[in-house]
Structures are given as structure tokens and as C-alpha cells.
Design a protein around this ligand. Structure first.
Ligand SMILES: Cc1ncc(COP(=O)(O)O)c(C=O)c1O
Length: 398
């Protein structure tokens, strides 16, 4: 079938951007698709079923109106590469840099999702002689990349509160190529204070100057812990520190694939060297510009998430379950049953929760935060699956 230009625009607009039922229910798939199985293999259900998908730490509401408007306004630029389009890669980097004291466009690399930044840091800074250091229970993508390239991995057990054990990670960092420091950490949701990160960077930079430190701040916007703040200024002043950010979470653009890293110009150039030529989607660039024009929308999203996160954490605590201190749009609950059993039992009620997270896969489940309506439905299902009574909630366990 040939789609004329007019028919194309009729199809995508002006209704484009209103989330279809399929779009709404399609949340939660990326964690499993491609990496852990596929729809075809029956491991994850197809997208268009009525299901609460709280499995992949997505924003349940999608991009804000100004981001969607910017996409519409730039559809006609789809024939252009990102250096020739109305909104260029460079213009977006300059705009992002305006948000960070002392940064310029050269300090920033935009990528199709921060996942590419993580992968390229492993490629650029590790080798069979220079290991990757990560936490045992953290975002696994750098570990997977290391495996492709035969890079040894030092996995440091998490601390008792399931946060990163920064002292042990600092020890492991000596002689390493790269430390992956996920702050806040996925899947535990925990965040370290700015002074903890300062101490870590100071120690590692002195003891092992050629070790790079990648601070992954994918969930930065959602943090409410007062002692937390970004490591952006450290990335601008230390040639061995990089910060990674994404538009996939609080900005609701996971499918638009926009992430970025901040580093000194020299270090940013090292990551840029691995970037796929023309790898940046210009509609995603437009969406970034639109989103940055509407800080109030971001604030509303963060407030919404904070409220629903509290509701969900209170549910577990009220029933006496331990949950880690989530600073993100997901939480890690000690359900005291294998994640697989919990997941499969929830799936029977059309609630899809997170995958296994070793070494806690026998006892803990990761649950992303959906809308309040979705979490009310989900907690009813958890009540049934965990064999709780709807009325027995009392004092929490932490
Ligand atoms: C900690 C962390 N870093 C990076 C990513 C990759 O995000 P994206 O490639 O969508 O920017 C994710 C995705 O869930 C994540 O949880």
C-alpha cells in the first residue's frame, strides 16, 4: 500500500500523540524483549492486551504536551540528518548544556538512549586487562557488554540496605577500567548522598587515576532524598568521571530513544568516537526541546510519581514487608517468595511485574510505579497473590 504524504499526516495527526490503548498497555516490555525472550516465545504477552504493565520502569503517561507538539511540528523534517534538520543535534546539546553550570555543547554526547552510553563506556574504557566494577545487584547492561568483549567483571555485593557498597566498590576499583555507579540504583531504587559520591570519586581518582567512573543518573529527576544531588559538576572537573542521563523515565520518552552523557570535552570525544553516525532521531531531538520548554510538566510527573510510590510502599510496609528506600519510579519489595512465582501469579491477574534480579530472585520483586489507578488494581492483586487480607494492614516493617 502506498501512503501519500497527506494520508501520512492524516494518520499521525492531529490526533497523533493521544495514547492509544495499545500504546498504554505496551509499557513494560523493553526489559524482556530482545534480552530475555520474546513475544513469539510466549515469555511476554503481546502489547495489546488489557494489562497493568509495571515491569520496565516506564513512565505510564508518556511525553508531555509540549514534547508531543514539538514532534508534530518537526515531522516535515524527517528527510534530514540530525546536523541538517531544523533542530540539530548540536542545538539540543547546547540547550542541555544551558542547564548545567559551566557546560557547553562539547561536553555532551546524545545517544539513542543512555543504554548506548553505558555500552560505549564499557567499550572505551575496559579491556581484558582492565575490569569493569559494578554492584552485584545493579543495572545489568554494562555487565552484558563486558561479557561480549571478554572483559572481566568485579561484582561487589550490595550493602545491607541494598544500596551500593561504595567502600568495597572503591577497593575493587583499583586498576579497573570502569566503575559503573548506578545512582539511584536499578533495581533497588536506593540513592547515595552527594557527599558519598564525592568521597568515592576523590578516593578512586587518587588511588587509581586511570579508572573511569560512570555515574548513571537515569532516575535523577525522581529522587526526593534531600542529601542526593547530581554528579554533573564532578563530570566537568574530572577527566575520569561521566554522568549518564535519559529521557526514557521521568520525561516519558522511552520509545523515542534519547539519552546523553556529560563529561570533559576530551572524555566526551572518546565516547563520541563510538557513536553511530547519524544515530540520533530528529523527532526525538524535537521532543527533548519541547520537553525542556515545559519544566512544570516534569514537576507534575515527579509529584505524581512520589505520591503513587508512597502509596505502593505503604501497602507493602503496612503488611509487614520490607522494601528498600526507593528514590525512583519503581520499588524493590521483599515478598519472601521467588520473583518468578510472584510474577507468574500476578500475570494470571493481568498485572505484569519485573524480572528476576539475582542474587535476590528467590525473595524480592521489582515493581514499577504506574498510575494511581493501576497501582490500586495491582495492590488488590498483590493482596491475593501474597495471601493477605485486605483489612490486615498495620504497622510497617521498615
Ligand atoms: C539504570 C538505567 N540506566 C540506563 C537505562 C537505559 O535507558 P535508556 O536506554 O532507555 O535511556 C535504564 C533503563 O531501564 C536503567 O534502568
Amino acid at each position: 500500500m502506498t501512503l501519500t504524504r497527506r494520508a501520512f499526516f492524516r494518520t499521525v495527526g492531529p490526533g497523533a500523540g493521544a495514547p492509544s490503548p495499545a500504546m498504554i498497555t505496551a509499557r513494560g516490555r523493553e526489559a524482556l524483549e530482545g534480552e530475555f525472550g520474546s513475544v513469539e516465545a510466549g515469555i511476554i504477552p503481546p502489547a495489546d492486551v488489557d494489562e497493568v504493565r509495571i515491569s520496565s520502569n516506564e513512565n505510564p503517561l508518556g511525553p508531555g504536551p509540549s514534547a508531543i507538539q514539538a514532534i508534530r511540528d518537526n515531522m516535515d523534517q524527517s528527510n534530514r540528518y540530525p546536523m541538517n534538520s531544523r533542530i540539530t543535534d548540536r542545538a539540543v546539546r547546547a540547550r542541555l548544556a544551558e542547564q548545567i553550570d559551566g557546560a557547553s555543547a562539547e561536553n555532551i554526547v546524545i545517544a539513542p538512549g543512555s543504554g548506548e552510553i553505558l555500552r560505549n563506556c564499557v567499550r572505551a574504557f575496559t579491556s581484558p586487562n582492565r575490569p569493569l566494577v559494578t554492584a552485584e545487584c545493579s543495572y545489568e547492561s554494562p555487565t552484558r557488554t563486558a561479557a561480549y568483549f571478554d572483559v572481566p567483571v568485579k561484582s561487589v555485593p550490595n550493602a545491607a540496605d541494598l544500596g551500593l557498597d561504595l567502600d568495597k566498590m572503591a577497593g575493587a576499583a583499583i586498576g579497573a577500567g570502569l566503575v559503573f555507579l548506578c545512582n539511584p540504583n536499578n533495581p533497588t531504587g536506593t540513592a547515595h548522598s552527594r557527599s558519598d559520591i564525592n568521597d568515592f570519586v576523590r578516593y578512586v581518582t587518587k588511588a587509581s587515576p586511570f579508572t573511569y567512573i560512570l555515574v548513571d543518573e537515569a532516575y535523577h529527576e525522581y529522587v526526593t532524598k534531600p542529601s542526593y544531588s547530581t554528579a554533573a559538576d564532578l563530570a566537568l572537573t574530572h577527566r575520569n568521571v561521566l554522568v549518564a542521563r535519559t529521557f526514557s523515565k521521568a520525561y516519558g520518552m522511552a520509545g523515542l530513544r534519547q539519552g546523553w552523557t556529560l563529561a570533559t570535552k576530551e572524555t566526551a570525544a572518546k565516547i563520541r568516537a563510538y557513536k553511530l553516525t547519524f544515530g540520533t532521531n530528529i523527532l526525538g531531538l524535537a521532543a527533548i526541546m519541547g520537553a525542556l520548554d515545559d519544566p512544570e510538566h516534569l514537576k507534575q510527573e515527579v509529584d505524581r510519581n512520589t505520591e503513587v510510590r508512597k502509596y505502593t510502599m505503604d501497602f507493602f510496609r503496612g503488611h509487614g514487608y520490607w522494601v528498600s528506600d526507593s528514590q525512583t519510579n519503581f520499588m524493590f519489595a521483599k515478598t519472601n517468595m521467588p520473583a518468578k512465582d510472584f510474577r507468574e501469579a500476578c500475570a494470571k491477574h493481568k498485572v505484569s511485574v519485573g524480572r528476576d534480579f539475582p542474587p535476590f530472585e528467590k525473595t524480592h520483586a521489582r515493581i514499577s510505579i504506574g498510575t494511581m489507578e493501576e497501582m490500586k488494581r495491582a495492590t488488590e492483586v498483590f493482596t491475593e497473590v501474597l495471601g493477605l487480607s485486605a483489612t490486615d494492614a498495620g504497622a510497617g516493617s521498615n
